[in-house]
Every structure is written in structure tokens, then in C-alpha cells.
Design a binder for this molecule. Structure first.
Ligand code: SF4
Length: 102
């Protein structure tokens, strides 16, 4: 590989790394934000109050978490984006009352 080809390839690799890290650096949803509170969002689905959020309390609720939700799109590292909370990341193990079966 000639020097010019090497530099061009290196530049492309660096550019793709920056784009990738930007996508993964999506700011996480604040559980205390008004929208998150309104939907009962919790970053750990196993700690959701089933007396308050009945959908999560029944047997089917055991499997409910962001990672099994139709509105979740994994972005890596146990995180993803959610169509309800646009522009914010949510953990794979989170939950909110908007959970939708796939
Ligand atoms: S809608 Fe689904 S992916 Fe979004 S926060 Fe609620 S459970 Fe998680």
C-alpha cells in the first residue's frame, strides 16, 4: 500500500469511528424527567413498583423490559433508543408503561 492510499484509508477509518462513537454517545433518558415519570420509567425493570404499574405486575410482566419492547432499537453496550423518548438512550434492562410486545 502506497503512502497516499494508507492516509486515505486511515482517514476513512477515523471518520467512521467518530460517527460510530457519536451514535453510541446518545444521552441517556433521565428517569426524573417529566415524560419518564409520567410513564413510570425505571432504569431497572425488576425494581418497577407492580402495585402502581399493574401492567408490569402480572406474569407476562416478568419478561417486559426495554430489550423486549417493540419500540426499542439496540445501539450496543446494553443500550438502545426508544421511539417514545426520541433523542434519548434507554438501557436494555429498563421499563416503562409504554412497553409494547414485538
Ligand atoms: S417504550 Fe419500550 S423501549 Fe421505550 S422506555 Fe418503555 S419499555 Fe423501554
Amino acid at each position: 500500500m502506497k503512502r497516499r492510499q494508507f492516509l486515505a484509508a486511515s482517514g476513512a477509518l477515523i471518520a467512521s469511528s467518530v460517527v460510530g462513537s457519536t451514535a453510541n454517545a446518545q444521552k441517556m433518558l433521565n428517569p426524573r424527567s417529566p415524560n419518564a415519570v409520567a410513564l413510570g420509567f425505571h432504569s431497572q425493570h425488576s425494581q418497577v413498583n407492580g402495585k402502581k404499574w399493574r401492567k408490569k405486575a402480572n406474569n407476562a410482566g416478568v419478561e417486559q423490559r426495554c430489550g423486549t419492547c417493540a419500540l426499542f432499537r439496540a445501539t450496543g453496550d446494553g443500550k438502545g433508543s426508544c421511539r417514545l423518548f426520541k433523542g434519548k438512550g434507554v438501557p436494555d434492562g429498563g421499563w416503562c408503561n409504554g412497553w409494547t410486545a414485538r
